[in-house]
Design a binder for this molecule. Structure first.
Ligand code: PLP
Length: 397
């Protein structure tokens, strides 16, 4: 079971250890969040000593600290330590899982309308290269993946369900656990992209029923850029064949033989920045200390209040779908281009981003949506910061 707590967040303290909050009003946590000083300090200390004693020597010296990173991630998502592989991004993790499945022409992959851009691109690539049939499951009346349609779409050719939990382009939280129950009943492997939900929500791989899960560090986890991880359930490990092996993921045991690492580390690459991994571990520990349920409550609460304030302006449309909505708010302002809104906010040191069909070709065109502004508060943001954003939007012409 992943760690949960009933604590509420000490926002003042969270801000005091986040140097970036003194520079910017950062409402782009779905892009890349602001790290804390302890994360920065841990990485700086690692790099300093690494430079003094040597990279390999430092790694050996700090082995317990490196092992602790796996332990922290496993604790956070309710997994075992040997079910975690560290990667440089969510995309690398997703592909490590996806490309370890051997597809033959006619195999079907079921996905949702909110599938992430890079996952969708690789599905299209597999469609071209391997003849995989990519089936996009429609949404239900709430705008989340239709669990009934997904159940009906499963047949003997269905090789994988690949779903994005929280999309990059909206506040939707897909019913990932209901999908997991269907996947289990049908015996179909289930790959969940939890890139936007890890660090924002309680994630329990058993509750979700996923076999593989990918995530990145830099978003709601507040870890450094260039970090990510893959979870692979131990019971599916042997059914997957890693697409790439290297000196770390396997051993060359004889001229014509090799053995793979015992656990999910067979999906890792040897080379990576060890310092940023240490930063990832500190960030995960901080999220655990706050409590993922407390983070979820605060983040969703801020986002709900932001939606209400924006709607109260009268000229703003909010585009977030789903029954359960998270800390991502997407909106457009009548008569003002999304890029202009972003620029006006940026001029006041308010960070947001712009998203659109280029991120969501399965979804935005069907909804007749063009480019929209995305504001994504995290637990360390304040209601005052939301009010600043709303004030700028109110003054736009
Ligand atoms: C839902 C989702 N999945 C995957 C990714 C890709 O993450 P990365 O850039 O770490 O590969 C993103 C990034 O925005 C995302 O929002």
């Amino acid at each position: 079971m992943p760690y949960r707590s009933a604590m509420s967040i000490d926002v003042e303290h969270a801000r005091s250890i986040t140097p970036g909050t003194r520079q910017v009003n950062h409402l782009n946590n779905a892009g890349s969040s602001l790290p804390t000083q302890p994360v920065l300090d841990a990485m700086a200390a690692y790099l300093q000593r690494e430079a003094l004693i040597g990279g390999y020597e430092m790694e050996a010296e700090q082995e317990p600290m490196h092992e602790a990173v796996y332990h922290s991630i496993a604790t956070m998502i309710g997994a075992q330590r040997d079910e975690i592989a560290l990667t440089q991004s969510a995309t690398a993790a997703w592909n490590a899982a996806f490309r370890s499945i051997t597809f033959v022409p006619g195999d079907r992959v079921l996905t949702g309308r909110s599938e992430y851009l890079s996952n969708a691109l690789n599905l299209l690539l597999a469609s071209e290269r391997d003849g995989v049939d990519v089936v996009v499951i429609p949404d239900d009346e709430h705008g989340q993946v239709s669990v009934d349609a997904l159940r009906d779409a499963i047949d003997e050719r269905t090789k994988l369900i690949a779903l994005t939990h929280i999309p990059t382009s909206g506040g939707l939280v897909n019913p990932a656990a209901a999908v997991g129950r269907i996947a289990r009943e049908a015996g179909v492997p289930y790959l969940l992209d939890a890139c936007q939900s890890v660090g924002q929500r309680v994630i329990d791989v058993d509750e979700l029923g996923c076999d593989m899960l990918c995530a990145t560090g830099r978003k709601f986890l507040r870890a450094p850029r260039g970090t990510g991880f893959l979870y692979v359930r131990s019971t599916v490990l042997e059914s997957l064949q890693p697409f790439v092996l290297d000196s770390h993921s396997a051993s060359w045991t004889g001229p014509r033989s090799y053995t793979m690492e015992a656990g999910a580390r067979r999906f890792e690459e040897f080379e990576s920045s060890r310092a940023t991994r240490i930063g990832l571990g500190v960030a995960v520990d901080q999220a655990l200390a706050h409590g993922l349920d407390a983070i979820a409550d605060r983040t969703s609460g801020l986002a709900e209040r932001l939606r209400a304030m924006l709607l109260a302006l009268g000229r703003v449309e909010v585009h977030d779908k789903g029954q359960d909505r998270c800390g991502i708010v997407t909106f457009s302002v009548a008569g003002v281009a999304a890029d202009h809104v972003k620029q006006a906010l940026s001029a006041r040191s308010i960070n947001t981003s712009v998203t659109g069909a280029h991120f969501a070709q399965f979804d935005f065109p069907q909804r007749g949506l063009g480019r929209v502004v995305r504001a994504s508060p995290h637990y360390y943001n304040t209601d005052d910061e939301l009010a600043q954003l709303v004030e700028v939007v109110a003054g736009l012409n």
